[in-house]
Design a protein around this ligand. Sequence first.
Ligand SMILES: [Zn+2]
Length: 292
Amino acid sequence: MIGVDLGGTRIKAGVVQDGALVNSITVDTEAEMGPAHVLDVIAETVARLEKNPSAVGLAIPGGVNPEGICWRMPNVPGFEGFNVSAELKARLGCRVVVENDATTAALAELKLGHGRTHSSFAMVTLGTGIGGGIVIDGQLRRGRHGFAGEIGHTPINRSDTGWPCACGLHGCVESYAGTRGLLRKYAELGGKADEIRPISEAARQGNVAAVATFAAMGEALGIGVSAIQNTLDLDAIIFTGGISPSFDLVEPALRASLKRYVFGPPLAEVPLLVSELGERTGLLGAAYLTTL
Ligand SMILES: [Zn+2]
């Protein structure tokens, strides 16, 4: 099986056999050259892995409908309205399945991760953006537009004082719990960092501003998770993405927030797990798209 993970700066493509990534290639996206060029790059990269693939799964950082047409992709210009599935199929001559990357991550977790022991869960991707995917009773639930489970845009503060979000609104969960929100919070508390790792290291040494920054992230994330817990009453919430190595710093405030905002105690006791698939998640899930 071949999976491709399209990101704003890098394209990863890989061969997956028996649930393991056996060969992979990473190339630059060259997003500024436009979607047709990006798909040329994807097709060339796939050809380097396998000459005549029978099917290819592609994860994209945006919304895509079941016909394969991208309807929103803030980080890679020019894709909106573009039929990604048909265009890639024309280049590769094989079946192509395109899906949102957070939904794809949920599929990887279902097949190879905690989803083997938790049949109904939300997958939450933590990074610059906060994405989500949903599995109910062992079935991936895409939603009509491939957007099911996206808790990142749950409202926290819709007034003008709410922090700006990449979606254009103010005060989303992502505004506070995404990378930009974390960096902003740390700066407001007097810290200085342009990535997460030094904040994480400072927090582990007891730095008050760093600890408070992760606590604020947990509080915001808890509002998003409580919204999905009140709606779906899941078996587990699973986290993945760039911030997940710092998840233990976020978890106490997240649990407290969840207890405060869900309807009753049992809903707050949901296991909060970190995916063990790590950076392979996107490629593994993308390859499994070909089995849907
Ligand atoms: Zn938003």
